[in-house]
Write a protein that binds this ligand. Structure first.
Ligand code: KIV
Length: 274
């Protein structure tokens, strides 16, 4: 019998240790085997199969339409690619809000069928019972506060969250509740940097990491949508986003090169023929 040893894999314990030791944590999205393999080989700590797949993969305007079955399908490919990174899958809208029982059932489906290591859930106090039940079932959870795109219709857009004291206070309370419930990390999206720094300090006694996107550089780690940071999603340029490559331009120019080579019959050449 061969035993598959996974000691090189990232774990939630190691993520907590990295936060404790103030070692930056890197998280990037992936939705398919090929890009996840590259992201994993490049050494990212966590691969997030985000429900941003709804926008990036499916072309929807919102994250709301993507289903649990679709998220499981995408996550399977990413799990096959990830030899080192921890794979976290987003629980999509509607999969954890109805009841705690349904939330646990759906989180178990996600882990059993996709093979992911942990799930991410948007929201604070309102979804705490669901999060507690999922953690009690042995599934690690990443929380998600600030701009939670599944609530876009309630917010009325994708603007900066928690600018006002009342919302900032609620976010601080929610973050503590998530850490106390056992979340090993909390994503903080599009909130003031000073607030994210405060949350990071407050969660330190619970060995709970904070992973920021548009939340300044005082969080335990950072996350970006891969297609955004690679410059593949050309129309999207919020202030927090840095392009680490311009692959959109490279893809277009490669495709144009192919089209003209086929048109002038220089592809395939003799060496490329049998
Ligand atoms: O779905 C997603 O990609 C996310 C990140 C933006 C954090 O939740």
């Amino acid at each position: 019998m061969s035993v598959h040893v996974q000691n090189a894999r990232m774990t939630t314990t190691r993520i907590r240790q990295k936060a404790d030791n103030n070692e930056p944590i890197t998280m990037l999205t992936s939705y398919d085997f090929t890009l996840a393999r590259l992201v994993d080989e490049a050494g990212t700590d966590i691969i997030l199969v985000g429900d941003s797949a709804s926008n990036v993969v499916c072309g929807n305007a919102y994250t709301l339409p993507i289903t649990l079955d679709e998220m499981i399908f995408l996550t399977k490919g990413v799990v096959r690619a990830a030899e080192h990174a921890l794979v976290v899958a987003d629980m999509p809208f509607g999969s954890y809000q109805v009841s705690e029982e349904e939330a646990v059932k759906n989180a178990i489906r996600m882990v059993k069928e996709s093979g992911c290591d942990a799930v991410k859930i948007e929201g604070g106090e309102e979804v705490l019972p669901a999060i507690r039940h999922i953690i009690a079932a042995g599934i690690p959870v990443v929380g998600h506060l600030g701009l939670t795109p599944q609530s876009v219709n309630q917010f009325g857009g994708y603007g900066l969250r928690a600018k006002e004291k009342a919302e900032a206070d609620k976010l601080l309370r929610d973050a503590l509740l998530l850490a106390q419930a056992g979340c090993f990390a909390v994503t903080l999206e599009k909130i003031p940097a000073t607030l994210a720094a405060q949350v990071t300090k407050d969660l330190a006694p619970y060995h709970c990491a904070t992973i920021g996107i548009g939340a300044g550089n005082q969080t335990s780690g950072q996350v970006l949508v891969l297609h955004d940071m690679l410059g593949l999603n050309q129309g999207f340029q919020p202030k927090f986003l840095r392009h680490f490559a311009e692959l959109g331009e490279q893809v277009k120019s490669a495709v144009q090169g192919y089209i003209s080579a086929v048109n002038d019959r220089t592809f395939p050449n003799e060496k490329e023929s049998y």
